[in-house]
Design a protein around this ligand. Structure first.
Ligand code: FAD
Length: 391
C-alpha cells in the first residue's frame, strides 16, 4: 500500500456504509470511468451513468429515512462523491448537484414540503440550485429575480445563468427576492419550482472547457406562477439558509476536486514508472521524484483536512465556515496544479486527447471558480483574522 492508500484504509465506516462505498467504487471503475472520454467528446448528458447511480439508489443517501431515504453519513457521501468524480468529473458534479440542491429542502422545508419532494429525490429525481444571475455572481445578493405574492400563488420573474442540471431537473431550488420586502439582501428567499411549470424556460446550455457532459443552463422565469406553499421558510430568510448550506456543499466541491486530482496523480505515477528516456525510467530522475513527492504530500494533507471538516460537520458543529473555505480553496488549487503537472509528466502525449490527463486538466479548472471563486474564499479566510476593532 502507498501512503494515499493507507490514508483511505484508515477511514472507518460502519459495515453498511462500507458496502455502499465498495458498490460505488465498482460502479465507478467498471461503468462510469470507461464512458468518461466519450461523454467528454460528445458533451451529451450522462443519462446512462445517472441510471446506474439510481439503480444503486444513491440519491437516497442524502434524504432522511422518514422521507424514503437511507440517510448515510456525510463522510461516506463525500467518499462516494470523490470516487464518482475520479471516474468522470461530469457525472460527479451532476450527482453532487443533486446533493447540494436537496440540502435546503432537508434542512429547512416543512414536513408537508419534504413529503412532496424528498421521496421523489430519494428515488432518483434530478435537482438543481439556481442562485447565480448575469449581474450577480460572486456577489449573489445583487440578484434581481423577484417573488411577488399574489393570493395563494407566487409570481416569479427573472433569469439565472450557469445552473448545473438546470435543463434536466425535476425540482429546482430557486433564490429570489420577496418583492414586498424590497431589493435588499433581507428580501432573499427560496422557493421550489417543479419541472413543466408554465413560465419556467430553459434559454440555452453553455458549451464549456471541461465537465462537458454536465449541463449548465441559462434559465428564464416569465410570470411563472407557483403555489405559495412552495416557499421554503419565511419570506426574507434565504440568505442565512444559503450560508448554512454552503458549509456542506463546499466540502463536496473539494471531494469532487480531490477525485480529479487523485485520477491525475495515479495516471502520472503509472506513466513515470513506465516511460523510459536516456535508458532509465523517468521517475528515477530526482527532479521528477520531487514533483511526485509534492503532489503526494499535498494530496495527503488536503484529504486529511477533508475528513477533519467532514467529522466536524457530522458532529453538528456550526462554525465551520473558514474550515470549509480553506478546504474548497486548497483542494481546487491542488486539483489544478496536480492535473497540470500530470500533463507535464506525460510530455507531448499529455497534450493529446489520447490520455485522460488532458481532460482532467480541463475538468479541474471549474473547481476554482464555482461555489465561491478562490479569490472570494481567500478573502473570507483572511477577513476572519481581522480584529473587530483597530489597535
Ligand atoms: C460550469 C458552471 C456551473 C455552475 N453551476 C452553478 C449552479 O448550479 N448554480 C448557481 O447558482 N451557480 C452556478 N455557477 C455559477 C458560479 O458559482 C459563478 O460563476 C461564480 O460564483 C462566479 O461568478 P461570476 O461567474 O459571475 O464571476 P464574477 O463574480 O464576475 O467574478 C469574475 C472575477 O472577479 C473576481 N472577483 C469578483 N468579486 C471579487 C471581489 N470582491 N474581490 C476579489 N475578486 C473578485 C472573481 O474571483 C473572478 O475571478 C456555475 C458556473 C459554472 C461556470
Amino acid at each position: 500500500m502507498n501512503v494515499l492508500e493507507r490514508l483511505d484504509a484508515s477511514l472507518s465506516f460502519p459495515e453498511h456504509e462500507k458496502q455502499v462505498l465498495e458498490a460505488v467504487q465498482r460502479l465507478a471503475a467498471e461503468r462510469i470511468a470507461p464512458r468518461a472520454a466519450a461523454h467528454d467528446e460528445s458533451g451529451e448528458f450522462p443519462w446512462d451513468n445517472v441510471r446506474d447511480i439510481n439503480e444503486l439508489g444513491l440519491n437516497s443517501m442524502f434524504v432522511p429515512a422518514a422521507y424514503g431515504g437511507t440517510e448515510l453519513s456525510y463522510s461516506v457521501y463525500l467518499a462516494c462523491c470523490r470516487e464518482i468524480s475520479k471516474a468522470c468529473a461530469s457525472t460527479g458534479i451532476v450527482w453532487a448537484t443533486n446533493f447540494h440542491a436537496t440540502g435546503p429542502i432537508v434542512d429547512f422545508a416543512s414536513h408537508e414540503q419534504k413529503s412532496r419532494w424528498l421521496p421523489r429525490i430519494a428515488d432518483g429525481a434530478m435537482v438543481a440550485l439556481a442562485l447565480t444571475e448575469p449581474g450577480a455572481g460572486s456577489d449573489a445578493t445583487g440578484m434581481k429575480t423577484t417573488f411577488r405574492p399574489d393570493g395563494e400563488d407566487i409570481v416569479v420573474d427573472g433569469s439565472k445563468v450557469f445552473i448545473t442540471n438546470g435543463d434536466v431537473c425535476d425540482v429546482l431550488v430557486l433564490f429570489g427576492k420577496w418583492a414586498p420586502l424590497g431589493a435588499g439582501r433581507d428580501a432573499i428567499s427560496i422557493a421550489v419550482i417543479e419541472k413543466g411549470t408554465r413560465g419556467f424556460n430553459v434559454v440555452r446550455n453553455e458549451r464549456k472547457m471541461g465537465t462537458r457532459a454536465s449541463s449548465t443552463a441559462a434559465l428564464a422565469f416569465d410570470g411563472c406562477r407557483i403555489p405559495r406553499a412552495n416557499l421554503i421558510g419565511a419570506p426574507g430568510s434565504g440568505l442565512p439558509m444559503l450560508f448554512h448550506f454552503l458549509n456542506k456543499s463546499r466540502p463536496s466541491v473539494a471531494a469532487h476536486a480531490l477525485g480529479i486530482a487523485r485520477a491525475a496523480f495515479e495516471d502520472a505515477v503509472a506513466y513515470v514508472n513506465e516511460r523510459v528516456q536516456s535508458g532509465r525510467r523517468i521517475l528515477e530522475n530526482q527532479g521528477i521524484q520531487f514533483m511526485v513527492a509534492d503532489m503526494a504530500t499535498d494530496l495527503a494533507m488536503c484529504e486529511r483536512w477533508l475528513w477533519h471538516v467532514a467529522a466536524r460537520i457530522e458532529a453538528g458543529e456550526t462554525e465551520t465556515g473558514q474550515e470549509s473555505s480553506m478546504l474548497k480553496m486548497r483542494a481546487s488549487d491542488l486539483a489544478m496544479r496536480i492535473t497540470t503537472d500530470a500533463v507535464q509528466l506525460f510530455g507531448g502525449y499529455g497534450y493529446t486527447c489520447d490520455y485522460r490527463v488532458e481532460r482532467l486538466m480541463r475538468d479541474a479548472k471549474i473547481t476554482q471558480i464555482w461555489e465561491g471563486t478562490n479569490q472570494i474564499h481567500r478573502q473570507l479566510i483572511g477577513r476572519s483574522f481581522l480584529n473587530k476593532r483597530r489597535g
